[in-house]
Design a protein around this ligand. Structure first.
Ligand code: SF4
Ligand code: FES
Length: 247
């Protein structure tokens, strides 16, 4: 099949950027979306033009590096799917696709479809860890964790830090990401001593990075490739308020 791509091209953070039209020819339905872009880039390089910059690493849906908007939807039209796992069989001949980077003040564009997600790293550095000694593997296994809690912690731990939640939120909120990290650690026994301080530090950092406030719209949950649920945000607020009241 043949597709028309309108791709956001921007040399660096200070360049105003613009949409550029390309044709992707003879696209196989077996290709992933990123493989389709690889072929477009090979053509551009052969013509002496700059290839389209996009982030990726594992291409298996686990590292969180990939992601951009396809026709205004973060990670494209398939639910619970990263863009590296999105296949061209979900598109049809003649489709016209608009590819844009995550749009958020806290994620400045580095080039084309690549943004700087260092703000997420700083939120993690503010409190997304356990600093008490958790013991070696056999010791850790000797601490009983109720099954429901272990499963809920694992569900939250599935967040890969891709940033789709921020990109899709009309407020540019990072509440789903931050809530997932807080819920993951706060549900485990080893995470209890720092639970309140962790929530306060991470929420303060999230606010300082310029992310917007959550108003329960739910676009984040709808596009999250790991299907993180909104209840992690409620848990973040609860831990934050508990910490603030008991300080
Ligand atoms: S909560 Fe979902 S959308 Fe947001 S960073 Fe984590 S995996 Fe990505
Ligand atoms: S490249 Fe790793 S999740 Fe997409």
């Amino acid at each position: 099949m043949n597709l028309t791509l309108h791709v956001w091209r921007q040399k660096n953070a200070s360049d105003p950027g613009r949409m550029v039209r390309y044709t992707a020819k003879n696209v196989s339905t077996h290709m992933s979306f990123l493989e389709m872009l690889d072929v477009v880039n090979e053509d551009l390089i052969a013509k002496g033009e700059e290839p389209i910059a996009f982030d990726h690493d594992c291409r298996e849906g686990i590292c969180g590096m990939c992601g951009f908007m396809i026709n205004g939807v973060a990670h494209g039209p398939e639910r619970g799917t990263t863009i590296c796992q999105l296949h061209m069989r979900h598109f049809k001949d003649g489709d016209e696709l608009y590819l844009e980077p995550w749009r958020s003040r806290a994620f400045p564009v580095i080039r084309d479809l690549v943004v700087n997600r260092g703000a997420f790293d700083r939120i993690i550095a503010a409190g997304g860890y356990i600093s008490v000694r958790a013991g070696s593997a056999p010791e850790a296994a000797s601490i009983p964790v109720p099954k429901d809690e272990a499963e809920a912690a694992m569900d939250a731990a599935a967040c890969i830090g891709c940033g789709a939640c921020v990109a899709m939120c009309p407020n540019g909120s990072a509440a789903l990401f931050t809530g997932a990290k807080i819920a993951h650690l706060g549900r485990l026994p080893q995470g209890q001593p720092e639970r309140d301080n962790r929530a306060i530090a991470m929420v303060v950092q999230m606010t300082e990075e310029g992310f917007g406030h959550c108003t329960n719209i739910g676009e984040c949950e709808a596009v999250c490739p790991k299907q993180i649920k909104l209840d992690v945000i409620a848990r973040m607020h609860r831990d934050y308020l508990h910490g603030a009241w008991t300080r």
